[in-house]
Design a protein around this ligand. Structure first.
Ligand SMILES: Nc1ncnc2c1ncn2[C@@H]1O[C@H](COP(=O)(O)OP(=O)(O)OP(=O)(O)O)[C@@H](O)[C@H]1O
Length: 610
């Protein structure tokens, strides 16, 4: 329950709405508890007026509520016939029911609407916090988990801030009011009637605990089925090509079978819930009639009192039966809020520095003896890495897979902070530069060339804020993808991604290069962004974007060394250390790793040319 304390700020924010909602609950219940009294009065009145047997004039004082008493005084003060008074009482009961319903409507309008607002605020809070968290956090948590916290957990918390609070307040108000009026009428009968309640509460609690446990198990099985199905759809091409449909069906069937079993178990225990409720309510009614009947015979109470009590007990049936699921709503909300709090209390490792600087960026980059160990795996990706790049230089990072090339770029973007040494841009350490200013100054093309499910134009203009078609087109032309875009059904307005056109790996990479080129910035980073094109196309693209590269400092990570002759510096990484560095010619002369890579790729290129 302590986890739900996090919601206090929302209740404070919406305190007036909550207060008005609680007021409506009180008013609607007040009208609710008046109706049995009017019924009681009318039975009393008819017995008295028609001198029916069993009327106890000396029985307990009527003790009506002020409003009901005023109604009685008014109708009895006039010379109405019995029939008219009965009719007036009937209409009054109807009006009371309408008033009760009206205030219930207001109650829902305030409390449920408040819960929707809290849900909206909370989703925004979670989303905004996700955006602040660092790359390490995203490595450590699965996308599915992040999504389910944002959707499912926030919805479960809403069931607490809305329905649970509403039903609970309603229950407390109704019990307080009915018990008050019952007690005023006959304290002794009230005690008898309410005596099964502790047993009822205990049974509800026990049954509910089991229901809660079983529905949690059911939920977990459902998640497993969802993950199973999601993986099957995403990996459908692999499944089909490896002819593994049967095996996947087998997994699905096993999970579904477990779900069926769990659901049946849950249904069994749930089917106990309402009968046991009905049993206790039945016992209460029985006690009222039996003990009340005896008291009527002995002249202690009036017949009308029994009728009033029976109506009160029936009014309590629904709110009391709601105790179980209200309690489980609260338990679930507390568990969900706990999960949300785990993320909300996670502090991003990369934060904007206090007194952040915004130096004019020209593109000078320096790595000073930088070492880096990935926090989640403990892998040492860089050792004492030093590199100095002047503004406007073209630098290539090459090396075997896993040698640390992408890590260099991640440190430059400050997705991680180095564990040793320092990275500087234009002489200022990254830790002192405003994060948005730094990242705004770097155009980055990631390895996987991620594109959003949106039009090609908006994907290319992503980093520039507005879609300026001229710069979009010239960036796409430079990235050698303009002609292909024009051949798509709707040109630049063609949708890409899940529901749109499926781009080839090479097209995706070139669109994401265009996106980086369209963003005006002094530093350009291509992280193995041309891996899906052949060496000649890579050379052609690098020539095409030459005009863009000339204006910026560029870092190009590549496995293809054939296209690197025009680069100012080529750095060869090996197991996180610089193995060689220099220009294309000087590295060939050194006759080391680079020369070896060059020769083998040249031979391969010759073979494909033949
Ligand atoms: N997010 C990460 N968490 C943990 N370890 C990582 C992470 N990213 C990379 N590594 C590890 O760090 C080392 C360097 O990886 P890095 O991605 O920098 O190499 P790379 O030279 O870019 O490789 P490739 O050419 O295959 O992209 C590898 O051993 C890799 O397994």
């Amino acid at each position: 329950m302590k986890h739900l304390r996090h919601l206090r700020k929302y209740f404070v924010r919406y305190r007036w709405r909550l207060a008005v909602g609680i007021f409506f609950i009180l008013v609607s219940n007040y009208f609710g508890v008046l109706a049995p009294q009017v019924t009681g009065f009318i039975i009393d009145y008819v017995q008295r007026a028609l001198k029916l047997p069993g009327y106890q004039p000396k029985a307990e004082a009527a003790n009506y509520d002020v409003l009901v008493q005023r109604f009685i005084d008014t109708v009895e003060g006039r010379e109405y016939s019995v029939g008219t008074i009965v009719a007036i009482a009937g209409v009054t009961i109807l009006v009371l029911a309408l008033l009760r319903g009206l205030f219930m409507f207001f109650m829902r309008q305030t409390i449920i609407v408040m819960s929707r607002r809290i849900e909206y605020d909370q989703k925004n809070e979670v989303y905004a916090h996700y955006q602040k968290l660092d790359a390490g956090f995203y490595k450590a948590n699965s996308v599915g988990d992040l999504m389910s916290r944002m959707a499912e957990d926030v919805s479960r918390v809403r069931m607490f801030t809305g329905p649970a609070i509403m039903y609970l307040t309603n229950l407390v108000a109704l019990i307080a009011m009915t018990v008050f009026f019952m007690y005023k009428r006959s304290p002794e009968l009230t005690l008898y009637v309410l005596s099964p309640l502790p047993l009822l509460a205990f049974t509800i609690y026990r049954v509910n605990t089991v229901i809660h446990r079983r529905s949690e198990a059911l939920q977990a099985t459902l998640s497993a089925i969802t993950v199973n199905a999601q993986q099957s759809y995403s990996g459908i091409r692999v499944i089909k090509s490896f002819v593994q449909e049967r095996a996947m069906e087998g997994f699905f069937e096993a999970n579904s079978e477990k779900y069926r079993r769990d659901a049946t178990e849950l249904a069994k225990i749930e089917s106990l819930y309402f009968p046991s409720m009905a049993l206790f309510i039945g016992i209460s009614t029985l006690l009222t009639i039996m003990i009340g009947g005896l008291q009527v015979i002995s002249g202690e109470i009036r017949l009308a009192t029994i009728v009033e009590f029976v109506i009160y007990i029936n009014m309590l049936t629904f709110p009391v039966s709601a105790i179980g699921w209200t309690a489980s709503m609260i338990q679930r909300a507390a568990a969900s809020q706990k999960r949300l709090n785990e993320f909300l209390h996670t502090e991003p490792l990369i934060v904007n520095p206090e007194e952040a600087q915004k130096p004019a960026l020209h593109g000078a980059i320096e790595f000073r003896s930088v070492s880096f160990v990935y926090p989640n795996t403990g892998i040492r990706a860089l050792h004492e890495f030093s590199l100095s790049i002047r503004p406007g230089e073209k630098v290539a990072l090459v090396g075997r897979t896993g040698s640390g090339k992408s890590t260099v770029v991640q440190l430059l973007l400050r997705l991680y902070d180095p564990t040793g040494g320092e990275v500087l841009v234009d002489g200022v350490p990254l830790r002192r530069i405003d994060l948005a200013h730094l990242r705004g100054g770097i155009s980055y093309v990631p390895q996987d060339g991620f594109l959003f499910s949106d039009s090609v134009a908006r994907n290319i203009a992503f980093g520039s804020g507005t879609v300026d078609m001229e710069s979009v087109r010239s960036a796409a032309t430079a990235a050698a993808v303009h002609n292909e875009i024009m051949s798509f059904p709707k040109g630049y307005e063609t949708l890409v991604g899940e529901r749109g056109v499926t781009l080839s790996g090479g097209q995706k990479q070139r669109v994401s290069i265009a996106r980086a080129l369209a963003k005006p910035s002094p530093i350009l980073v291509l992280d193995d962004s041309l891996s899906a094109v052949d060496t000649r196309t890579e050379r052609a693209i690098l020539d095409h974007i030459e005009a863009y590269l000339r204006e910026r400092t560029s870092i190009v990570i590549t496995h293809k060394v054939l296209s690197l002759s025009g680069f100012d510096q080529i750095v060869v990484l090996d197991e996180g250390r610089i193995a060689e560095s220099g220009t294309h010619d000087s590295l060939l002369k050194q006759n080391g790793i680079y020369a070896e890579m060059y020769r083998s790729q040249l031979a391969q290129d010759d073979r494909t040319a033949i």
